[in-house]
Design a binder for this molecule. Structure first.
Ligand code: NAP
Length: 255
């Protein structure tokens, strides 16, 4: 979807956004959408080459991007990246905690590593980037933190004890930080996508995807651009009085 025919028109000129997991999928769509709306976007993930592709798309849409390759589970790296963004652009208005992984298996077979990797990537990273980024927001008395959780964090999903726990943890973290920081005009919200077409759901294979489509009342997977539009709204001035909320975006799956 090009910037010109977006359904939501938001002006984020002069704003600075940080997006984790911006090298592909939902995070890339979010980064490009925020960039096309005028924000300067710091794109974070491990794959530098893919991040450059995101940055080029942002430039092509008329925006400005910077690339910071790092592992979001690394506390020192999170602090360094946030400091580098503030050094470069003086502030952070929008933080989107989107990086995430799955390591699916039923609980009797789940290894310590499968548990720890998912909790570290999906939940610890949200804590690390929020703790690092919130200082800059508090100084400016303005901010939008948007955390990408999942319907699995609300309803659970067989084979995803690690993933569901991480995504439920994001909801508790979101609600708590929202309460702590609301007086500083910083909002903190979570989005819970259902099944969205990305490499993460490609891994399910066509047979499982067909089953999913039957289960979803909308009879299709969602698009990354649809999640990005929800982020754009929460990041906008119109989202100023929405905080501590969980927005489900799932074609009716949890209805
Ligand atoms: P994806 O295509 O697999 O992309 C995941 C992103 O996270 C990539 O940019 C990846 O970049 C980054 N990432 C993973 N581990 C990282 C690490 N240790 N350090 C830095 N970056 C890391 O997944 P997606 O479908 O776009 O999902 C994005 C988010 O939405 C995730 O939090 C996911 O749980 C959530 N979600 C997705 C769906 C869905 O149906 N797709 C549904 C609900 C929620 P690198 O590999 O380059 O590091």
């Amino acid at each position: 979807m090009s910037a010109a025919n977006r359904r939501i028109q938001v002006d984020l000129s002069d704003q600075v956004a940080v997006v984790t997991g911006a090298s592909r999928g939902i995070g890339k769509a979010i980064a490009v959408t925020l960039g096309a709306a005028g924000a300067r976007v710091a794109c974070i993930a491990r794959n530098q080459e893919k991040l450059q592709e995101t940055a080029h798309e942002i430039s092509a849409a008329g925006g400005t991007a910077a690339v910071f390759a790092c592992d979001v589970t690394d506390s020192a790296a999170a602090t360094q990246v946030i400091e580098a963004v503030v050094d470069q652009w003086e502030k952070i208005d929008i933080l989107v905690n989107n990086a995430g992984i799955t390591r699916d298996t039923l609980i009797p077979r789940m290894s310590d590593e499968e548990w720890d990797d998912v909790i570290a990537t999906n939940l610890r990273s949200v804590f690390l980037f929020t703790r690092a980024g919130i200082q800059a927001m508090m100084r400016k008395r303005y901010g939008r933190i948007i955390n990408i959780s999942s319907v699995s964090g609300i309803m659970g999903n067989p084979g995803q004890a690690n993933y569901s726990a991480s995504k439920a943890g994001i909801i508790g973290l979101t609600q708590t930080v929202a309460r702590e920081i609301a007086g500083r005009k910083v909002t903190v919200n979570a989005i819970c996508p259902g099944f969205i077409a990305t490499e993460m759901t490609d891994a399910l294979g066509p047979a499982v995807q067909d089953e999913v489509k039957k289960r979803v009342p909308a009879k299709r997977l969602g698009e990354a651009a649809e999640v990005a539009d929800a982020v754009l709204y929460l990041a906008s001035e119109s989202g100023a009085y929405i905080t501590g909320q969980v927005l489900t975006l799932d074609g009716g799956l949890t209805a």
